[in-house]
Design a protein around this ligand. Structure first.
Ligand SMILES: NC(=O)c1ccc[n+]([C@@H]2O[C@H](COP(=O)([O-])OP(=O)(O)OC[C@H]3O[C@@H](n4cnc5c(N)ncnc54)[C@H](OP(=O)(O)O)[C@@H]3O)[C@@H](O)[C@H]2O)c1
Length: 279
């Protein structure tokens, strides 16, 4: 298992299992399956409405707490709720969270980040970070915070390697973690002829080639899947290596456009949509 050393010395597994849009028994079973099939990191969020079931999956895995790295995201509607982090610990059924990040740069994110800092100092969170912050918002946060974020989770994949924010994060020692590492399963990306050719060469699937690219880019990445077969397949990426020339060919696929478009409407929705446990 390959790890990234974060700015406070904590080691974060590069590969994680993403849990968006999976609820109930399905996510409990998939979390337990992932933890017993090559994953050591689980990524959820207040907003996914599945933290209780993710917590049950952690227990179902049979693994001791220190054997896995648990990540979740503070929902924007909770940014001024002083009980939000304790509530998250309770829903997940754990005494500490390895990484908690702010989900979006909306609402009073400075107040929210200060809540993360407090919980970090109290030992409830081992690492803190952010998600979806453009460079200007990161600069604002850095000018106000005491603890520099360790991780920035952002959409990234070969069609959009998030170069601008990566350059800024590299300079500040903030590690990038990719969401939509497979472009949410986008057919053009997953079936791109470059990946098909490399898959043939290495006797891997195109998805495994894409995930191997993330690994060699030094990203954290959290592919999601509802299928046991895919979950297992996506962790079998540690026994081959793309050459520098192949990484160079993949770099040319950059389309400089994310799949997920931020608009004033989307920001408003992200700022106001409540989590399923809120009134
Ligand atoms: N911070 C944020 O704002 C944010 C936003 C979005 C997502 N995320 C995180 O990122 C994670 C990943 O995002 P995502 O799940 O939407 O997108 P993704 O991981 O890029 O792609 C998932 C899609 O790829 C398919 N897939 C996975 N493995 C496959 C394989 N081996 N072969 C063929 N198809 C495969 C899945 O279908 P099957 O189910 O059929 O395998 C699913 O349709 C989320 O779960 C969440 O944790 C964070």
């Amino acid at each position: 298992m390959s790890t990234i050393i974060l700015n406070n010395g904590v080691e974060m597994p590069q590969l994680g299992f993403g849990t968006i849009m999976q609820l109930g028994e399905q996510i409990t079973d998939n979390v337990a399956f992932a933890l017993n099939n090559g994953y050591k990191l689980i990524d959820t969020a207040n907003r996914y409405g599945n933290e209780v079931e993710v917590g049950l999956g952690l227990k179902k895995s049979g693994l001791p707490r220190e054997a896995y790295f648990l990540e979740t995201k503070l929902g924007p509607t909770l940014y001024e709720n002083d009980d939000a982090i304790d509530g998250t610990l309770e829903r997940l059924g754990v005494e500490y969270i390895d990484l908690m990040i702010l989900h979006h740069p909306v609402n009073n994110y400075i107040y929210a980040y200060k809540m993360l800092e407090k919980a970090y100092k109290e030992g409830k969170l081992r690492v803190i970070g952010v998600s979806n912050f453009p460079v200007e918002k990161l600069e604002h946060l850095l000018s106000e915070c005491e603890v520099v974020p360790a991780v920035m989770q952002v959409e990234a994949h070969p069609y959009y390697p998030a170069e601008k924010v990566k350059a800024f994060c590299d300079e500040k020692g903030i590690k990038l973690q990719a969401w939509y590492p497979l472009g949410h399963g986008n057919a053009d990306l997953v079936n791109d002829p470059v990946f098909a050719e490399l898959a043939e060469k290495y006797q891997k699937s195109t998805v495994q080639v894409i995930l191997r690219w993330h690994l060699q880019m030094g990203f954290g990445f959290v592919p999601g899947s509802k299928s046991f077969a895919h979950i297992k397949e996506n962790a079998e990426i540690f026994d081959f290596e793309l050459t520098a020339a192949e990484m160079g060919r993949i770099a040319l696929l950059n389309k400089h456009e994310p799949f997920y478009k931020v608009t004033p409407e989307s920001l408003k929705r992200l700022a106001t949509t409540k989590c399923n446990f809120e009134d």
